[in-house]
Write a protein that binds this ligand. Structure first.
Ligand SMILES: *[C@@H]1O[C@H](CO)[C@@H](O)[C@H](O)[C@H]1NC(C)=O
Ligand SMILES: *[C@@H]1O[C@H](CO)[C@@H](O)[C@H](O)[C@H]1NC(C)=O
Length: 943
């Protein structure tokens, strides 16, 4: 009974904390700083300039594609094994592990899509100072220096990147626990000898010289002092038992000529990363951070350990493949910096130090040189954004919670009554029976199929939440089966790990186990997930994993996934949850339908499984503003399908903030409104007719542009190029763009500068591209590129510009949902460059199956306007798909008045078309070409 009361009061405390959320900011004391994370502190205490590591050149072995070399730490004689690979596509991979680890160290599985293809490495020269290897083209070399160990990647006379140039390589070798040994040595005595014997027997085949060094190693082992917290560490009321002792790793990278670095999401931070001198490094540790603060390096829900550097000369990337808790330090010297000790240095430099708690050093250096090359390089390693079903790009209406079927029905009807399109309505945790996921609350959702059928009838869909914490309840089938199959994560003592989450005491499925994932996937079959139907999709929240009563609101690091500690895999857990869920949705359709799964926690590679959002933000202007750099940072590291809760999750937005948020969200990849349980209702029509109209207009703009969004996702899926892009990606030599994060590009052709300030009367939009032009997407006014444009705004303004030289397809007949618009005709917006040319693409398929991939059933056309001719041609001649859509109108922006417009079809027919020319805006509107969107045709203009 006492235990029961304790449980209840614990739950109550959690509940209260949530309920009172509207008033508190993040409780920072719940989360560690670097100093409170003992490995971070130890690694950060390593000072530059004294590397104890030396490369033992006599151990060098070079096969065709791999170089191995031993490194020795001269302080303790422990040896490391370095492996170097030259990878296809301008990449170098560098791995460092202990030469003879006491136990294997964790190497991250399932993130790389394949063993990266290698290219031959050849030795150029070698002397006692080091070796030089050729990296193929462009006089690019890899220089390995022996004393101290250092790597430089050079191109001609230029150093592109150096490794360990500051001497911060550190590798905590595994060791026997000394304090235990000395304490028990009088009684047990021989344990240390036993361990020594294990060591010496494993080295019996080595040369005598090495054996001598190993004796020295043993002695140094004994001499090395254990530091506080190496074998056990306490944070708040939690003790981490650390049975394997210290295992941290650290490495530094120097980037000469670089002043701007980006990436390593997820942080509530500007696009351009700041230096971390004098404060905490950026932390990567997936956490359920309650009411996160902005502009700081604290960890959030997801982690992608990829950093990009950019200068006018080159874009590069560093991918640190490690799933343990990780910290990233950034320091930089500005170009004009003068150093009193050394000669004045004119060259800027950024130094990056990575620190992880366990695992090995496994780094991919992506050499670019262009932004598009780095995206392609990273995509070749971890895959591309999954291609979502078209309807997932529509608008999503969510709230915690729609309380019953009648509520769902009336919200759905509200969209029709107010003529606002939407595709998905979402159910949060209250829909399930006592937070037992895969079930329905019998009182409020007793007829789920009836509810889903109601949505099918309107060609709409639903998302239900399925979280990875499973209620411990012997009457709950999901729990019973996972327990009987022994597939839960274990605690350090080998029992099932239990923690508190929404349902109360919960077990956590071990998603790192393929058997667990495949069982989970099977649960989405229509006959397993009762009440589910084809139009039900899934949302995985809390997959950091969130454990309310765990250290830092997550799982204990000494919990066990098979033989690996949670410490090793932590940042991967969320990816596995989303992977298994997405597989489940694919399997339930027999491999036919594309899945849609949203997840809060993520890792490198998560882009392959669905969408992510920026977690529990707040209804504040600052949170609206930061949604832009947060999604841009994710896009840079492969995760294009990103959005922020429209309106803000915590607290209540003013109607002005809500409208501005809809206007911004309509131009971000994942467009979903969401709200906390305690907030007043905020469906779009609850703020008066004027605001309803403004929101309607923003959502309608989204639907009109769905053909463009769909094309961008198709291309992101094919090539790894981000959908939402910082300006510098397209204007890599324009330094003005390097720090801009209040505006962005969608693809290459739309520039968006959302209004994110309260009471705004104007925004200043930077239009890049000197010599080019941009057109206001609504007034069609033409503006020169390469300038700051002052744009007056009213509440209805969404500053969006189309690039001169581009052609964008839209569907202007807005209906209830994207599916209802499937067969609608297209309008082409041809925005002429100063040279009078333009180019664009159109992609069409069935919108939801894998047939585009498996059967090449799609339409992919290129439109080119040049020499007074607009033509449509097939980009992919072996594809095949018939669309009912046709081209109903063509707008030419920046045009002259023609004397005639003639249509020629592939069948040879020729027709004269009607047109209007607006002198004031220089817009030529060609009416009813009437051609099928999949056909070849040409429009000829006589001026
Ligand atoms: C590799 O780099 C060279 C120039 O440094 C560049 O021309 C080439 O396109 C790059 N290749 C890839 C696949 O990125
Ligand atoms: C010594 O080398 C032999 C032959 O390569 C191998 O079979 C044996 O396992 C090695 N012994 C140890 C202890 O490494």
């Amino acid at each position: 009974m006492a235990a029961f009361i304790q449980r209840m009061s614990c739950l109550l405390a959690v509940w209260l904390a949530v309920v009172l959320s509207g008033i508190q900011a993040v409780d920072r004391s719940n989360f560690k700083t670097c100093i409170q994370s003992s490995f971070c502190k130890r690694m950060r205490d390593v000072v530059p300039g004294h590397s104890p590591y030396r490369a033992l050149l006599e151990t060098l072995e070079l096969s065709n594609t791999r170089l191995t070399l031993q490194l020795i730490n001269d302080n303790n004689k422990v040896r490391l094994l370095l492996e170097l690979y030259r990878l296809q596509g301008n990449m170098t991979r560098l791995k460092i592990n202990e030469l003879k680890p006491l136990r294997p160290r964790f190497e991250v599985p399932d993130v790389l899509i394949a063993d990266p293809p290698t290219e031959p490495l050849s030795l150029v020269s070698q002397d006692e100072g080091g070796v030089v290897l050729s990296l193929g083209a462009d006089a690019r070399h890899l220089v390995v220096s022996a004393r101290p160990f250092r790597l430089d990647i050079v191109e001609g006379p230029h150093v592109l990147l150096s490794v360990n140039s500051r001497g911060l390589l550190a590798f905590e070798h595994q060791r026997p626990r000394k304090d235990t040994l000395s304490k028990i040595s009088s009684t047990v005595g021989s344990m240390w000898d036993t361990i020594k014997n294990i060591f010496s027997s494993s080295s019996e085949n080595d040369s005598e010289e090495v054996e001598a060094e190993e004796d020295a190693e043993d002695q140094n082992y004994e001499k090395e002092e254990d530091q506080a917290d190496m074998w056990e560490e306490t944070f708040k009321s939690h003790t981490d038992s650390k049975p394997n002792g210290p295992t941290a790793i650290s490495m530094d990278f120097s980037l000469p000529g670089v002043e701007h670095v980006y990436g390593i999401p997820e942080h509530a931070e500007n696009l351009r990363l700041k230096t971390t001198d004098g404060h905490d490094p950026y932390r990567l540790y997936n956490l359920d951070v309650f009411q996160y603060e902005l502009y700081n390096p604290m960890a959030l829900y997801g982690s992608v350990p990829v950093l990009l550097s950019h200068s006018t000369q080159r874009t590069m990337g560093i991918f640190w493949l490690n799933a343990a808790e990780t910290w990233v330090d950034i320091s930089s010297k500005a170009a004009e910096n003068t150093d009193s000790v050394q000669a004045p240095s004119k060259v800027a430099q950024t130094d990056v130090r990575w620190i992880s708690e366990s695992g090995i050093i496994d780094v991919f250096i992506m050499l670019g040189p262009k932004p598009t090359d780095v995206f392609a390089q990273y995509a070749s390693l971890t895959g591309t954004q999954s291609f979502p079903p078209l309807f997932a790009l529509g608008y999503h209406q969510c709230r915690w919670n729609y309380k019953d079927q009648e509520d769902v029905r009336s919200v759905d009807q509200g969209f029709d009554d107010h003529d606002i399109p939407y595709d998905f309505i979402w159910l949060d945790i209250e829909h399930a029976d006592g937070k037992r996921y895969f079930t329905w609350d019998p009182a409020h959702f007793s007829q789920p199929r009836e509810m889903l059928q109601g949505l099918v009838d309107k060609r709409r869909k639903m998302v239900a939440i399925v979280d990875p914490h499973i209620k411990v309840d012997s009457g709950y089938r999901v729990h019973k089966e996972i327990r009987s199959k022994n597939l839960y994560v274990k605690n350090k003592d080998g029992g099932d790990y239990e923690g508190w989450c929404w349902p109360g005491t919960s077990g956590y499925p071990d998603f790192t186990n393929p058997e667990m994932r495949s069982w989970w996937a099977s649960m989405f079959a229509y006959d397993q997930y009762e009440g589910s139907m084809e139009n039900l999709y899934i949302w995985n929240d809390m997959n950091e994993p969130s454990v309310f009563n765990g250290p830092e609101v997550t799982m204990h690091k000494d919990a066990l996934h098979g033989s690996w500690e949670h410490r090793d895999i932590h940042n991967l857990y969320g990816l596995y949850v989303q992977m298994a869920t997405a597989d489940g949705l694919i399997q339930r359709s027999g491999g036919v339908e594309r899945p849609f799964v949203l997840a809060r926690a993520f890792f490198a590679g998560s882009q392959r499984y669905g969408a992510v959002w920026t977690g529990d933000n707040a209804a504040e202007w600052s949170h609206l503003k930061i949604s832009i750099p947060m999604c841009l940072s994710l896009g840079l590291v492969g995760i294009s399908f990103c959005g922020a809760d429209v309106g803000g999750f915590f607290k209540s937005p003013s109607s002005e903030l809500l409208v501005r948020w809809y206007q911004t969200g309509a131009y971000q990849p994942f467009f979903r409104a969401h709200a906390h349980l305690d907030t007043p209702r905020r469906e779009p029509w609850l703020f008066g007719p004027e605001n309803t109209a403004l929101i309607r207009e923003a959502v309608r703009q989204r639907y009109a542009l769905l053909p463009y969004w769909y094309l961008l996702f198709y291309k992101a899926h094919g090539t790894g190029q981000p959908v939402m892009r910082p300006l510098w990606v397209e204007y890599p030599e324009d330094v003005t763009t390097f720090t801009i994060d209040d505006e962005y590009l969608l693809g290459r052709d739309l520039l968006v500068h959302p209004v994110t300030d309260e009471g705004s009367k104007e925004v200043t939009v930077y239009l890049p591209g000197t010599g080019g032009v941009w057109y206001d997407a609504f007034t069609f006014q033409r503006h020169e590129g390469g300038q700051n444009l002052y744009v007056p705004v009213t509440m209805s303004s969404i500053p969006v510009f189309q690039r001169g030289g581009s052609i964008i397809p839209r569907k202007n007949r807005i209906r209830r949902s994207s599916s209802c618009m499937e067969k609608d005709p297209y309008t082409l917006y041809v925005a002429l460059s100063p040279q009078g040319t333009a180019e664009g693409e159109l992609y069409i398929d069935d919108g939801h199956t894998f047939n585009y991939e498996q059967k090449k059933q799609f339409v992919h056309r290129r439109f080119i306007f040049a020499d007074s001719t607009l033509s449509s041609s097939n980009i992919s001649p072996d594809s095949q798909f018939s669309t009912a859509s046709w081209v109903e109108r063509v707008l030419i922006l920046g045009a002259h008045k023609p004397s005639s417009v003639t249509l020629k079809t592939s069948g040879g027919s020729v027709a004269s078309l009607e047109f209007d020319f607006d002198e004031a805006t220089s817009v030529l509107t060609v009416h009813k070409p009437g051609v099928n969107a999949g056909a070849d045709w040409t429009l000829l203009f006589q001026w």
